[in-house]
Design a protein around this ligand. Structure first.
Ligand code: HEC
Ligand code: HEC
Length: 147
């Protein structure tokens, strides 16, 4: 038997690939995101900053308090943490900002520290800006204060 180019197989594969691509692009038109719009459609967000003293209740006792102001302008990386410019105990008073509680000055061995502990460095890992948004996914969570 001759080992020529299997044109028939190549043609079938090409047809399959093309119809696959068409199916994909047709599908993309119908993909709905959890936000209720198409995936590539931007959603206008409510501003996160709230007037002073309009803080949301904590939903459970251990909840990291929500941030009542914007977080995006403040850089946090390995070397810089701009949140500390206002919240570190050494300068919170100058900015009229709440100072970090002692849990933020307690390292992983339970030793109390003068500078913020490494395990509290990435503030936005726990603290998120507050926004009165509908839950993305239906759920039965009830805040402790409502139970
Ligand atoms: C320019 C100063 C400033 C910077 C920078 C700043 N904050 Fe604040 N923050 C404040 C002030 C002032 C308040 C109190 C606002 C109020 O009482 O309504 C506050 C409140 C908070 C609270 C609420 C505390 C509570 O007990 O309810 C959290 C949490 C917080 N900030 C986290 C952050 C995080 C995280 C960053 C960095 C991404 C940051 N802040 C950067 C000034 C600042
Ligand atoms: C591992 C999670 C975690 C990280 C990281 C963290 N926090 Fe907190 N934060 C909490 C929790 C939980 C509370 C409330 C209980 C407490 O005070 O420990 C809190 C409380 C606070 C408060 C209110 C303190 C008070 O006495 O009312 C401020 C302000 C705050 N955090 C800011 C920050 C900033 C700024 C950073 C980054 C330098 C940061 N936090 C990092 C979990 C975290």
């Amino acid at each position: 038997m001759k080992t020529g180019v299997p044109w028939k197989a190549i043609t079938i594969m090409a047809v399959m690939a093309i119809s696959g691509l068409t199916a994909l692009s047709a599908g993309a038109d119908e993909v709905q995101s959890l936000r209720g719009v198409q995936v590539d459609e931007p959603v206008v967000m409510e501003p996160t900053a709230r007037p002073k003293n309009e803080r949301m209740q904590r939903a459970y006792r251990q909840q990291p308090p929500l941030v009542p102001h914007k977080v995006a302008p403040y850089q946090i990386d390995l070397k810089v943490n701009q949140c500390l410019n206002c919240h570190d105990w050494s300068n919170a008073g100058d900015h009229n900002a709440p100072t970090l509680s002692m849990t933020h000055y307690t390292d992983r061995d339970g030793k109390q520290t003068d500078a913020v502990a490494g395990n509290r460095w990435f503030c936005t890992q726990c603290h998120v800006p507050q926004v009165n948004a509908e839950p993305l996914v239906e759920n039965e969570f009830k805040s402790s204060s409502e139970r």
